[in-house]
Design a protein around this ligand. Structure first.
Ligand SMILES: O=C1O[C@H](CS(=O)(=O)O)[C@@H](O)[C@H](O)[C@H]1O
Length: 301
């Protein structure tokens, strides 16, 4: 563990109490001041304006949803069989004719973590813990183009503030990889191990993540009950305990991008664990000192 590690001053608190099975993909729209996120297993898309003091609005889909991305008119929704556009606030849906290339190959296969890169291209990974055989894709000319990465659970996708690095994890490896990234072409270089949870004696697996303006990578440790923060050199600089075992992903939001929203899951918890962690399945929040990066929206397909 690094000696430079700081003790967090703020604590993670509840933002909105929910009973989600697998909350994921929080995305803050600075334009609307709205946080969007999904419950993957239940096919729910949530939209919540923290200032409204009202409950989140929910849009229900018939398949699992891996993630969402901002489009300007609504959201790109990665449903298990393919990409759909959800217009907001109308709720109108339009299939984009971009099927999940792995859909149908195996029951366990579906889209998982994804987001837009700084050039406005959509990236999305898949998940197949049984057979492996998942990958990371980018949307190019209305097609999902596979990277050469061979994965089991594609996760933790994020970009450095200068756009030079793509961060990514295959969760079961417990390592976060760093790839040189060319924003002009969308090409990535060969990956190098950037963070190894074992080397830091950290519990759980790296799940979803977000990067702040100083280039620090905030990673939700699923099964580890905390969010860990790594500096641009991949050194562990802070740990933030979360009041449940399975935080899944983080996103910076709020007027100044200094609220770190954290989605959580109940899916792997038994009744006793659920009793001990009543906030599991809720949306949580942590006030932080360094603002996050604004989430890019989809500008090219
Ligand atoms: O992204 C996901 O994460 C969790 C845990 S893990 O980090 O991949 O191990 C996984 O269970 C979930 O189904 C998946 O969507």
């Amino acid at each position: 563990m690094d000696r430079t590690m700081t003790t967090p001053v703020n604590v993670v608190d509840v933002a909105f109490e929910l009973d989600m099975s697998l909350g994921e993909s929080p995305v803050w729209s600075a334009e609307d001041q709205v946080l969007y996120w999904v419950d993957i297993n239940r096919g729910h898309v949530y939209a919540w304006s923290p200032d409204s003091r009202q409950a989140p609005r929910r849009h229900d889909f018939e398949h699992t949803i891996g993630c969402v991305a901002l489009t300007g008119e609504g959201l790109l929704v990665a449903t298990a069989p393919g990409l759909t556009h959800l217009a907001l606030p109308s709720g109108e849906r339009r299939e984009l004719g971009t099927p999940n290339p792995e859909w149908g190959r195996d029951q366990g296969n579906r889209f998982n973590d994804g987001r837009c890169d700084p050039a406005g291209r959509f990236w999305v990974g898949t998940l197949n813990p049984e057979s492996g055989g998942a990958s990371l894709y980018r949307l190019e000319d209305e097609r999902l183009v596979a990277t050469k990465l061979e994965l089991r659970i594609s996760n933790g996708l994020a970009f450095s503030p200068d756009g030079r690095w793509l961060y990514h994890t295959d969760s079961p490896s417990r390592q976060v990889m760093r790839h040189a990234f060319d924003a002009a072409t969308g090409e990535i270089g060969v990956g190098e191990v950037w963070v190894d949870l074992a080397a830091h004696d950290l519990p759980g697996v790296p799940d979803g993540a977000a990067v702040d303006r100083d280039g620090h990578y905030w990673s939700a440790l699923y099964g580890g009950g905390q969010v860990a923060r790594f500096d641009p050199e991949g050194r562990l600089v802070a740990q933030y305990p979360v009041p449940c075992p399975n935080p899944t992903m983080v996103a910076f939001g709020g007027a100044d991008l200094r609220t770190l929203y954290i989605t959580t899951a109940t899916q792997d918890m038994d009744e006793e664990a659920l009793r001990r962690h009543p906030l599991a399945g809720s949306l949580l929040a942590l006030e932080v000192a360094t603002p996050g990066l604004a989430e890019p929206r989809l500008t090219r397909r």
